[in-house]
Design a protein around this ligand. Sequence first.
Ligand SMILES: Nc1nc2c(c(=O)[nH]1)N[C@H]1C(S)=C(S)[C@@H](COP(=O)(O)OP(=O)(O)OC[C@H]3O[C@@H](n4cnc5c(N)ncnc54)[C@H](O)[C@@H]3O)O[C@H]1N2
Ligand code: MOO
Length: 409
Amino acid sequence: MSVCEQGNLHSIEQAISTLKTLLSPIKKIQTLPLQAAHQQILACAIDARFDVPQWDNSAMDGYALRAADLQSPNNSLPLAGRIAAGDSPNQQLPLGHCMHVLTGAPIPLGADTVVAQENCSIAPKQIQFNNFKTGEHIRRRGEEIQQGQILLEAGTRLRAQEIGLIASQGYAQVEVYTPLRIGLISSGNELAQLGHPLQAGQIYDINSHSLHSLFTGLGFQVTAYTNMPDDLKQSIKCLAQASQEQDVLISSGGVSIGEEDHLKHAVSTLGELNLWQVAIQPGKPLAFGRVGHTPWIGLPGNPAAALITALIIARPALLHAQGVTDCRHQIMHIPAAFDWVKTRPRQQYLHARLVPQNNGQLHAQIHPKQSSAMLIAASWADGLVEIKPEKTVKKGDLVRFLGYSELLR
Ligand SMILES: Nc1nc2c(c(=O)[nH]1)N[C@H]1C(S)=C(S)[C@@H](COP(=O)(O)OP(=O)(O)OC[C@H]3O[C@@H](n4cnc5c(N)ncnc54)[C@H](O)[C@@H]3O)O[C@H]1N2
Ligand code: MOO
């Protein structure tokens, strides 16, 4: 890998691929109670310990019968008993009888049909069946899951539905990959901490907070370091310390070409710089490297540039290192509600909202303030419209839309 010259920008695909190489996949595994495993990544496949359902059971409140028993002209059978969910699955349906069954109740042996109670005329000891189909309303043993079947593969992120599926098999604990430890570093003399009044020339540190929220939301273990001043010696000291304590360092700011942008120099002193400058707008000055053996991602300082490069480039590589097997995000093709007439050499990411038209179809509307220094549009937006380098867009053209709901999970 080589550091490119200014003006020779790396493509986004190259950047993601370089970063994946830089971040070695996490191997550490921990066992967690199921309740604590939300958003974590499964380290071992989960297989089915038993069939689901474990026995034939009723899908309705009604009456279980053997269809061949219904010979009488008035379609009725004497009632032999009642079975509820939780009762034994081994009860026998006596010949020529029916049994009352509640939803979830085991089907008595010999029955082949459940008739919903609203389709029955119910007398105390005799049930008349008005309308039914043979075989209906029985949930068959194993129709959902069969014993031994792989339910979830290693590398799956555990959402509410996966947690429920694991619980259905009685697993109280799961093995998950230990979350990557991410050290967040903001750089800049101008940055003030929340809770402190601003001095002249200061602004509040935004990136530490937006990135903390983003990466903890993705399941990583995040530590924010205090601000790194615009000073080479102190940058080296801060990076060296953080690199001892974390699996990955992610900084924001200080990667452009100004004389106060010391980060790349500090990283080269402690390790190596692998890549700098990517054909993405916002976010061109993005850089990667190593501090000692610890991978480093240098996001640009402008808050929207830091957020977008974190989502588009850092996110897939970090999830890959975390063991996630499917790091794709859905891309929708949505008609543009805007014109984009001026071509740009870098791939554009525009803050956009999905707006329903009169016919109910969604169109992508972009915010008027797309500056990388501004977060107001990101907060307004539902996601990002992606425009390839040198492309224009006319109203009604289909554009690629990446929803924040996809990017933030
Ligand atoms: N001569 C050039 N100047 C700049 C170029 C260029 O190619 N040539 N690139 C511009 C682009 S694009 C970006 S993006 C920025 C990125 O620069 P840095 O990564 O070095 O970031 P800083 O200079 O440290 O800060 C930029 C901007 O963002 C504010 N900032 C930084 N950190 C935070 C934070 N944690 N919270 C809130 N705001 C933050 C900082 O105050 C600056 O206003 O460079 C352009 N310049
Ligand atoms: O990448 Mo910069 O973010 O264009 O401002």
